[in-house]
Design a protein around this ligand. Structure first.
Ligand code: ATP
Length: 371
């Protein structure tokens, strides 16, 4: 078991910077997700932690010891590859025992270790079968077995479920998480799927163009995105962005959008004549008739218990998640009532979240009863 601390980690491939000064902490026993779009530097980060790629600069502290320049074999970290790298000509038992025997463990000890792992993974009945004919789920379990049998300090997984179909993928994700909960081993898991990251992770780091945009619990990242990129990448539909020109005193409780005063979470610092973006999650808008801020319904999408209503407002297009029983018609104009405490504010230029006075937000939450 291990704590992994990443400090200012950087990787250049020639003139191209794949990872820029990444910093995040993975606590002992955590299931930690590395999330971001294709090419953002997830795999490169993971390969540096594994020791398969040398960083250009920065630190990788494994239980306090900097292993950034150490060989992979000296790190005691197991890498579970995207393509299940099994030996097709060997049976399951031999595949799992291979890492133990190559480390010099006796056949007898290796045998009992393999049986212990097979029990955990529920693959005892296939131990003597060749891996060539196994289903992808069983192959996945064997690959995991080979990784966990060594009892490494940590596991690194690069899109391990990427090759599976949706239904099976969900089942394996649950199994993996349950296995983690039984073993409690620190795990770093790469995915580009925000839903998978939210469902499985204790913590998530979101990367974009080699830069760590934010890291924290799924709820922190969903509720208080640090950047517009994170706000847009997490959530389906993503957060809505309403642009407006603002001049606000520190602590101001309303902002004027197209002539309408809208309650906002108070900012710690004031702004003068700057373009801001109000970030609104689709489920934090109530559609009504009485409010002054209004939008025209341009589409509705029925999803069973909810519907997604697309509206044109004076400050941009919004997608709102409304109860499916609520009558909403294309072409009509409705009022939009925002749940103040859940709103985000961003600087339009930098895309960074503005600092909000959280104590004031909590007080406002008590006052505003919102369904
Ligand atoms: P994906 O989900 O598509 O695998 P990723 O987030 O894991 O993406 P990386 O594989 O880490 O991204 O790649 C980050 C960037 O670094 C990409 O632009 C990639 O082309 C580049 N890159 C990775 N390895 C090398 C290499 N050995 N030489 C040059 N460029 C590389």
């Amino acid at each position: 078991m291990a704590e992994i601390v990443i400090r200012n980690l950087r990787k250049e491939f020639g003139a191209f910077v794949a990872v820029q000064e990444s910093t995040f902490n993975v606590a002992d026993g955590e299931f930690f997700m590395l999330l971001g779009p294709s090419g953002c530097g997830k795999t490169t980060t993971l390969r540096m932690i594994a020791g398969l790629e040398l960083p250009t600069s920065g630190q990788i502290l494994l239980d306090g010891k900097d292993v950034a320049q150490m060989r992979a074999s000296a790190r005691d970290i197991a890498f579970v590859f995207q393509m299940f790298a099994l030996y097709p000509h060997m049976n399951v038992r031999k595949n799992i025992s291979y890492p133990l025997l190559s480390q010099g463990m006796s056949r007898r000890d290796a045998r009992s270790k393999v049986e212990e792992v097979a029990r955990i993974l529920d693959i005892e009945s296939i131990l003597d079968r060749p891996v060539g004919g196994l289903s992808s789920g069983d192959r996945q379990r064997v690959a995991l077995g080979r990784a966990i049998v060594r009892q490494p300090k940590a596991f690194l997984m690069d899109e391990p479920l990427g090759a599976l179909d949706a239904e099976f993928r969900e089942r394996m994700a649950e199994e993996l998480r349950a296995l983690h909960d039984r073993m409690g081993a620190t795990t770093i898991y790469v995915t580009h799927d925000q839903l998978e990251a939210m469902q499985m992770g204790d913590k998530i780091v979101v990367m974009n163009h080699g830069v760590v945009e934010q890291w924290g619990t799924p709820q922190e990242i969903y509720d208080r995105p640090a950047t517009m990129f994170v706000a847009n990448f997490i959530g389906s539909p993503p957060m809505n962005f309403l642009r407006f020109e603002a001049t606000l005193e520190p602590g101001a409780a309303t902002a004027r959008l197209s002539g309408v005063d809208i309650p906002i979470p108070p900012l710690e610092t004031g702004v003068s004549g700057r373009e801001l973006v109000l970030g609104v999650r689709p489920e934090h808008v109530r559609l009504g008739t009485d409010g002054a801020y209004r939008g025209e319904v341009i589409a509705t999408e029925y999803l069973g218990t909810t519907q997604i209503v697309t509206l044109k407002s004076p400050n941009g297009t919004l997608r709102v998640r409304a109860p499916s029983g609520q009558p909403v018609h294309v072409g009509e104009t409705v009022s939009l009532d925002f749940n103040t405490a859940t709103l985000s504010l961003f600087d339009a230029g930098s895309g960074q979240a503005m600092k909000v006075d959280r104590a004031a937000v909590r007080a406002a939450m008590k006052e505003q009863s919102y369904g």
